[in-house]
Design a protein around this ligand. Sequence first.
Ligand code: FUB
Length: 584
Amino acid sequence: MSIPVAAKADNPIVQTIYTADPAPLVHNGRVYLYTGHDEDGSTYFTMRDWRVYSSADMVNWTDHGSPMSLATFSWADQNAWAGHTVYRNGKFYWYVPVRERASGQMAIGVGVSSSPTGPFTDALGRALVRNNEIDPNVFIDDDGQAYLYWGNPNLWYVRLNADMISYSGGPTQIPLTTAGFGTRTGNASRPTLYEEAPWVYKRNGLYYNVYAAKCCSEFIAYSTAPGPTGPWTYRGTVMPTQGSSFTNHPGVIDFNGGSYFFYHNGALPGGGGYTRSVAVEKFTYNADGTIPSMNMTTTGAPQVGTLNPYVRQEAETIAWSSGVETERSSDGGMNVGWIENGDYIKVKGVAFGAGATSFEARVASATSGGRIELRLGGVNGALVGTCAVPGTGGWQAWTTVSCSVNGATGTHDLYLRYTGGSGNLFNVDWWRFSGGSGGGNVLSNGDMESGTTGWGASGGTLSSNTGVARGGTRSLSITGRTASWNGLTQDVTSKLTNGKSYTTNVWVRSQSGTPGAKATMALTANGSTSYVQLTPATPVNTGGWTLLSGTATVSWTGTLSGATFYVETAEGTDGLTIDDASLQ
Ligand code: FUB
């Protein structure tokens, strides 16, 4: 499918397909969004696979494709419905309701993977639990006890064992009382508002259950309790019935100091009750811990920070798109395809800083290619570059094209507008801007995607990680530091301009403790060395990424013989991991 959509909105999150039943997960400084997938033109919940997207800024979402489908579960034949993914002990567990072939009943299976983006395999080879009810949700309490909740029309829980794929005791029903779940009128068999889609979490010692209420159409309600199994007290509406889908489905997270509510609606062209789309709103809890009632918007959540165009960005990192689709790339990951004349992708809040001078993109075309127009602020906004894409002999026959860029300074929404003849023009795998002496990132391999290339260590050992990344799939670590000045280093001697003011951004996390990390420059000229602190020392921890940011003028007298950029700590020797570093 390709859905041509207006250039006005950032919500719903995904425009390339219809998505439903959001389940967000915060892991290593990124939000992973697990969704269902409504097939085009559905007249029922016709769903065959699940999808994963991720974002570091809540507005630009990277498409990771479909790492789990009905085919993952050999014992299931239909209904890839609303799931939930949790992380425990190095593994990601994706609980999903599917129809069991043998019984014809809905049952809950578990996919497992060591990566948040899969691929996921069937953890059990059979259902974990089966009672013909749906919508699993897992909550792990502070004491380590995990609970699996699910149910429509009832609400069930079972205590999961630490292996997350077996349980102790039997499934237990949570009493659906009107005190706990509100009063429904006009439906004698369902006296309370609870319908389906439980989402249980704990905040400041209070347990929340946010769920789809009443039917049909549904709205989103919530209840709270002093413990994970109740007793529950009905608290009211999180989101009223809105948005041309008769179902809705909640997912709530905290990320980077903000709280976010995910849901679905029928807002895309062709959208409705069986062709839904996942969307998000940012919210603030009231002082007493209650959740404010929210409306669906076409604006969505504000951006957290900016996007760095000087590190490799996946073409399928999208704030808004029109006309394009995505698919698996032979180069790994996904690529954007089915590009036709006039289609475009918007990438929000792109920080060009002092200025980009060139653009490169990895492209392929089985026809005669076309052009990538680089525009700022709108699909018809200022044209800062045009890159010609040739035919390459195949849709997966990749080549890198580049073109010059003029006038891209400061922070703007970037529109990659694709033009050419008729039919499918070309595919795009990734893109990156660079700067000359006037701007751009002077660090090479600033996104750490090329392993340790370009980087060194002033003591300790350097290693490239694939398990932890703030952007892309890799980051860089230093371990075995014996002094606070031992850091990750890069020689930038040939790249600096004397007297120029440089802005530094580098994402850092520690491997233990909360050291104050900082980026520094050592400049050796005429035999003497001076130090410039590029960013203030900022506490970083193991639980997420911290952005070190600062602006400093770099100058020297005489002939520069050595200039080294490095990330170190103010004190201590805790190991550090860095990603997406720029000096521009
Ligand atoms: O997507 C199929 C079903 O619709 C889900 O399991 C329910 O929560 C509702 O959203």
